[in-house]
Design a protein around this ligand. Structure first.
Ligand SMILES: Cc1ncc(COP(=O)(O)O)c(C=O)c1O
Length: 432
């Protein structure tokens, strides 16, 4: 027996897992054999990858990989300790200067992840005497950071400025001396929609609140040179705490907070996820710095133009690079994701607690590295598969999503048997 200790504890673990399984909520890890990119390889099966947030296709870009290799050679594989002890290495500081200049803020601070940035910042900035007003669909790291702070938390209806104002009035009346924080995302991670940022910023100023804006899914995708939604709307200079990640369009791993010098100095002194955690490897910061240069360059502009072109192939076209198709139940959503995989697409099934119960969905992330033909086929497959099957005898796993004829699966392709349809998905197997 590999784990002989505490049989009752083992039983508890097994029972909990069985309960998740019965409710179609159990998650499992799949191991891919490929570099992050438009394809993913699970156990010898290659699929078109619509699950990664590598929006500009920079994770495996030669310049980004070269920067990571060089930093690893120069600084070692690990930073060795917390940033405050000996963990701050030149690439961390260089990235911070670069991202602060990019965001047009006085300073910035790198954390081990976007999750650690949000939890660290909210825990450090708000206290039990303060109030945090959170968009109801805000990411788990924002919710967890708000909880860690001990502040009074009030969620407002998703993207609803009227409800936000109602909460601001309530906070001002009930907690006259409290600092009030508004916390939201600019591009919502599981819905792909945009925050009504002008209204949020107006209300913030009107009620003297502080805004923490999570631009994890906007940086690289929206705004001048990929600076995000706040930049696109000309609002960035009015936002006190700008948060982002190195792990999505910047193709690396880590997170950051950008803002005033005093904000960053306070985080260095108070953010527990920064103070009590080993610094991310220098390679991550160096890779993200190289990615940031690419993001702000004409190559980045071409990537964003490509993303817009790809988004227009989906129905309805998403405003950024995330498209969601709500299915409803957990089991149905898993089945639909499996069907998509049989057609050659890795499209993750997103279930509670990531999204509210009854709104399980397929989440599609676009990347500038995707081929428009593949996105066109994906769009047709979604239309056909998500719509009810036309005949009760059709097995949707084996029929063409475009014309309903039989699909033939071969090693490197899936092809429709109909001579006139032309539906086919071909993988470049020679690359692997
Ligand atoms: C909106 C949002 N914020 C923050 C994060 C956390 O970023 P990271 O993956 O770098 O921890 C994510 C990641 O999923 C996200 O979607």
């Amino acid at each position: 027996m590999k784990n002989p200790r505490h049989p009752m504890f083992q039983d508890h673990l097994q029972t909990t897992l069985a309960s998740l399984e019965a409710r179609h909520l159990r998650r499992r890890l799949s191991v891919s054999d490929l570099a992050t990119g438009p394809l993913v390889g699970f156990g010898g099966q290659t699929l078109h990858n619509f699950a990664s947030n590598d929006y500009l296709g920079l994770a495996a870009h030669p310049q980004v990989v070269a920067a990571a290799l060089e930093a690893t050679r120069d600084f070692g594989a690990g930073a060795g300790s917390s940033r405050l002890v000996t963990g701050t290495q030149r690439p961390h500081r260089e990235f911070e200067e670069k991202i602060a200049a990019f965001k047009n803020t006085a300073a910035a601070l790198v954390f081990g992840s976007g999750y650690a940035s949000s939890t660290g910042a909210l825990q450090a900035l708000a206290t039990k005497d303060d109030v945090i007003l959170l968009d109801k669909l805000a990411h788990a790291c924002l919710v967890d950071g708000a909880r860690l702070s001990g502040a009074t938390i009030r969620p407002f209806h998703h993207n609803d400025p009227t409800h936000l104002e109602h909460h601001l009035q309530w906070a001002r009346q009930k907690y006259a001396r409290a600092r009030v924080f508004i916390v939201t995302e600019s591009v919502f991670s599981m819905d792909g929609d945009l925050a009504p940022l002008r209204d949020v910023v107006e209300l913030k100023d009107q009620y003297g609140a502080v805004l923490l804006l999570d631009e994890a899914h906007a940086v690289g995708v929206l705004g001048r040179g990929g600076r995000g939604l706040a930049d696109q709307l000309g609002l960035a200079h009015r936002i006190e705490v700008q948060m982002g990640t190195l792990g999505k369009a910047l193709g690396s791993s880590g997170g950051y907070i950008a803002g005033s010098r005093a904000l960053i100095d306070l985080l260095v002194n108070r953010a527990r996820s920064f103070i009590f955690s080993t610094a991310p490897p220098a390679a991550n910061a160096a890779a993200a710095a190289a990615a940031l240069d690419l993001c702000a360059s004409p190559e980045g502009d071409r990537g964003r133009a490509r993303l817009r072109e790809l988004a227009a192939l989906l129905d309805p076209a998403p405003p950024a690079a995330i498209h969601r198709v709500i299915i409803g139940g957990e089991e149905e959503t898993l089945q639909t994701a499996r069907r998509m995989a049989q057609l050659g697409f890795h499209v993750p099934a997103i279930r509670p607690p990531t999204v509210p119960a009854g709104t399980s969905r397929l989440r599609i992330s676009l990347s500038a590295a995707h081929d428009p033909e593949v996105v066109r086929t994906l769009s047709a497959a979604l239309r056909a598969i998500v719509a009810p099957a036309t005949s009760p005898n059709d097995n949707p796993d084996t029929v063409c999503p475009v014309c309903g004829a039989v699909l033939l699966s071969e090693k490197c392709k899936v092809v429709c048997r109909s001579a006139t349809c032309g539906y086919r998905i071909v993988f470049n197997c020679s690359e692997f």
